[in-house]
Design a protein around this ligand. Structure first.
Ligand code: PRP
Length: 204
């Protein structure tokens, strides 16, 4: 019986390909634009990173690879058996460098982000009133253009923040790539999934 694996087309793709190579698992070549590719006993779905947990939760894919940042936002009901160790980054709050933005609860903080649930949870958890402006990307330009007081976004090297005149003010969460598994598949395809998990575990 074959397994369907949902993978991100984004930043995690190169690390995923390397990991599958080290694990001796097949992986589609990078030339094709096909989004569903079967190779031996594996069928690969290439989707947007935020959609990986959805395909796995609904059982369209038996398993997938997604960043912890995405999993925190998606709140999907999936197993998360393995930290794959690559794609390390942090979710942070950042504001215009030198700005005197220090939320004290007396006014509503407006935050631009691709992670509305995580951002709202972070500020509400600190007892602060928050208005979330949801963006699809390039959130670093929002404070400078007056759309938001600050952002919640992923930082890897810090270059995007620096080059857009922002500075980190708070950590929100650490992230790395995680293997996620559909709960029903975990039982129905235990043998196949155990082999995959073990092959990946040895390669991490
Ligand atoms: C991500 C993230 C930051 C950037 C951080 O963006 O949203 O913009 O990478 O990386 P750095 O700290 O190494 O500069 P992505 O490339 O996914 O594009 P997006 O902003 O369009 O989502």
């Amino acid at each position: 019986m074959s397994l369907t694996v949902a993978l991100s087309k984004g930043k995690l793709l190169a690390g995923t390909q390397e990991l599958f190579g080290r694990a001796g698992l097949p992986f589609p070549d990078g030339e094709s634009r096909r989004l569903v590719v079967s190779l031996g006993e594996l069928r690969f779905l290439f989707v947007k990173d935020m959609d990986v947990p959805t395909y796995v939760e609904y059982g369209v894919a038996d398993c997938g690879i997604a960043g912890r940042d995405v999993l925190l936002e998606a709140e999907s009901d999936v197993f998360e058996p393995l930290d794959l160790g690559f794609g390390r980054c942090r979710l942070v709050v950042a504001r215009p460098a030198g700005a005197h933005f220090a939320p004290d609860g007396s006014s509503t903080v407006r935050v631009a982000t691709k992670y509305p649930k995580v951002a709202a949870g972070h500020f509400l958890g600190r007892g602060l009133s928050v208005e979330v402006v949801r963006l699809a990307g390039s959130v670093e330009i929002a404070p400078g253009l007056g759309l938001a007081d600050c952002i919640v976004d992923v930082v890897e090297t810090g270059r995007t923040l620096r080059e857009n005149d922002l500075e980190e003010v708070e950590d929100v969460a650490e992230s790395s790539a995680r293997l996620v598994v559909n709960r029903a598949s975990f039982h129905a395809q235990r043998t196949e999934l155990s082999s995959l998990v073990e092959a990946l575990r040895r390669a991490v």
